[in-house]
Design a protein around this ligand. Structure first.
Ligand code: ADP
Ligand code: MG
Length: 410
């Protein structure tokens, strides 16, 4: 379905992958990730944007907070005089773009690592995609209410993770969101708003407890139900990819799949991987820069990239499973975690839950951090205290960043 040939990053960032006709006129997807990717930095260069993924000195000896933030700013402007010494390969994958980035001194490893990553992602996509009729997920959907379907071990594993994050988020994350997604897609195609009755009927078919996995067989217990792994599969795929690349000898590498990112090592001995978090209301800007320690992952959920349009109004692609309505309290939710799967699932869940309930969910994940932008203006940036040393907001927000209270018992 996607172009088979590798296309250069410069071009690929401007092109949208070929999709199934259904995908094409459903959720609009902007062409770049919500976190700025290295591919984007190489395309635009520092001079033009002064933003994007950067590398910065490790916070060795430097105290959390202002000192690190200042260091990032000094190095950011210094590094603008040079292209960072990293190389990357980018190609269309899983309805977005995948990039593998390594330090320039490891460039001889890049073709092998990119091939490995490409094969891994193609394999996972063939299991998880709802746009392929023979995928595990499409077969589970086709047999809903009828019989269990044998699935690959990685599918069973991912479905177990779906159940875990659904339980933790009390159903805000729900991979059985399919019927509600289909209703909004169909309404957009027809150009008419879905009726309250239609929305209620679709929401009644959403229930993660009815997606069961036993051994290597999975089943949706009710006819009309359908699963969609869009809120977690890319993160999961990044973890699988990173593990494979590590097994193949990679020590310093970043994997980016449509803004679901995870890194290993660092670009060089004295710096960390650094990414920019996009401004949800102005895609030409970022709200700040986030540095990632080895093994760290980050994902952003936003309502500005993918949406349906009905009668001139935009509706985001992340739905509240309870109501069947697009979640609209948040504009952007960025989560850092030990795994890309966790970052992906939690960013989607917190997007649905909003600030207060999202903060409560984070209490259960002490190793995760979050940067939240509510869906209102003027822009407010909220972050968890543990990211104080790692997240450097852009100057205009630095005095107005608020700390999100995630202490237990609140
Ligand atoms: P993106 O896919 O743009 O990176 P997310 O990771 O937040 O953004 O996932 C959004 C996708 O997740 C939607 O396009 C849809 O496929 C699916 N989805 C929508 N609402 C939910 C939900 N409440 N729980 C789980 N998945 C959802
Ligand atoms: Mg997600």
């Amino acid at each position: 379905m996607y172009r088979k040939n590798m296309i250069s990053a410069t071009k690929s960032i401007l092109k949208t992958p070929e999709r199934s006709p259904e995908h094409e006129h459903t959720w609009h997807r902007r062409k770049i990730a919500k976190s700025w990717s290295i591919a984007r930095l190489l395309r635009y260069g520092c001079e033009a944007t002064r933003l994007a993924i950067r590398i910065r000195r490790a916070p060795g000896g430097c105290k959390i907070g202002a000192a690190c933030t200042a260091a990032a700013v000094i190095l950011a402007s210094a590094s603008c005089r040079h292209q960072p010494d990293i190389v990357h390969r980018t190609w269309p994958a899983m309805g977005t773009f995948a990039s593998i980035i390594v330090p320039a001194e490891d460039s001889s490893l890049l073709p092998g690592l990119a091939d490995e990553a490409r094969m891994t992602l193609e394999n996972l996509e063939s299991r998880f995609s709802v746009y392929r009729t023979d995928s595990d997920i499409s077969r589970i959907n086709a047999a809903a209410g009828e019989h269990p379907v044998p699935v690959a071990p990685e599918t069973a594993q991912l479905l177990e993770k779906c159940a875990f994050y659904s339980r933790k988020s009390d159903g805000a994350f729900d991979a059985t969101i399919g019927p509600a997604l289909a209703l909004w897609r169909e309404s957009s195609r027809k150009g008419t708003m879905p009726s309250p009755g239609e929305i209620r009927a679709a929401a009644a078919l959403v229930d993660y407890r009815l997606l069961t996995v036993e051994g290597n067989a999975a089943m949706l217990q009710k006819k009309g139900m359908s699963a969609d792994l869009g809120g977690i599969a890319k993160g999961f795929a990044v973890d699988v990819c990173l593990n494979r690349l590590q097994e193949s000898g990679a020590r310093n590498v970043m994997v980016d799949l449509g803004g679901n990112m995870r890194c290993l090592g660092s670009p060089d001995a004295s710096r960390q991987w650094l990414i920019g978090v996009r401004h949800p209301f102005d895609r030409s800007r970022i709200i700040g820069r986030l540095s990632l320690a080895s093994g760290a992952a980050v994902a952003t959920s936003g309502n500005y990239e993918r949406f349906v349009e009905i009668q001139g109004r935009k509706f985001g692609h992340i739905l509240d499973p309870r109501s069947g309505l697009p979640a609209d309290e948040m504009a952007s939710v960025t989560v850092t975690a030990r795994s890309a799967c966790e970052a992906d699932a939690l960013s989607t869940a917190i997007f649905v839950l909003g600030m207060e309930r999202g903060a409560r969910l984070l209490q259960q994940f002490r190793e995760c951090g979050a940067i939240l932008v509510p869906n209102r203006e003027p822009v407010e940036v909220w972050m968890t205290a543990d990211l104080q040393g790692a997240f450097a907001p852009e100057k205009e927000y630095s005095s107005s960043v608020r700390l999100l209270d995630t202490r237990p018992g609140l």
